[in-house]
Design a protein around this ligand. Structure first.
Ligand code: BEZ
Length: 211
């Protein structure tokens, strides 16, 4: 069964390159990103694991832990980590789940047989400190993920968790945000002391409140 936004992220215990991890315990009070890749020792996956590793400090700064997964063995992950470091100029900086028995892949519906018969596709789940799923993304084997986009949506999710706002198309950290329609104008005046502009009654924008 597919995982839907707002669901509690299924808990699991799994073998990883950093030892045995119980997912919910490991997450603690942090935000989390669980992502799958199809296969070790493949080109796109190698670039992705390098790219996530290189940007790990930016996830740390957002109180967000990252963890990868494929259905390869622990030995395979450990051996591939050497290639990642050699070719991508950065060591693997987060745990990789060895999901050989596909327990986690099935729990999170990461195998899409019409795309890849037995391998995980490129799934991304962002999980909040309340353990609820805040975002799901699914990419095919042929398309490597964009780390800027993962960080952008994480910024949007964290901002909207703290303020009654939404973020517009192509929003980047520092841009104006949208005042949620659940707020009346009077409530918005109190919540957003910098003021807001009404473009339409349903489209009100305000400077990013935490800047
Ligand atoms: C890749 O990472 O390049 C890849 C992985 C599985 C299937 C196709 C491509």
């Amino acid at each position: 069964m597919a995982i839907r936004l707002g669901d509690i992220a299924p808990d699991f215990t799994a073998e990883t390159t950093n030892g045995t991890i119980n997912f919910h315990e490991w997450l603690g009070d942090s935000w989390g990103i669980l992502f799958s890749h199809p296969k070790d020792f493949t080109p796109v996956c190698t670039t992705e694991l390098g790219a996530f590793s290189a940007r790990k400090p930016e996830f740390d700064a957002r109180n967000t832990k990252i963890i990868g997964l494929s259905v390869d063995s622990l030995e395979s992950h450990q051996s591939w980590a050497g290639d990642i470091e050699e070719t991508q100029g950065t060591a693997l900086a987060f745990p990789l789940i060895a999901d050989e028995n596909r327990n986690v892949a099935e729990l999170y519906d990461m195998i899409h047989p019409n795309e890849l018969e037995t391998l995980t596709v490129r799934s991304v789940f962002i999980i909040g400190p309340d353990k609820k799923v805040k975002l799901t993304l699914t990419y095919p084997a042929s398309t490597g993920r964009n780390i800027d986009e993962v960080l952008r949506v994480l910024d949007s999710l964290q901002l909207s968790a703290g303020y009654t706002i939404a973020t517009p198309a192509n929003w980047q950290d520092g841009d104006d945000v949208i005042v949620a329609n659940s707020l009346s104008d009077d409530e918005a005046k109190v919540k957003f002391p910098k003021g807001f502009t009404t473009i339409k009654p349903y489209l009100r924008v305000t400077p990013q409140p935490n800047k």
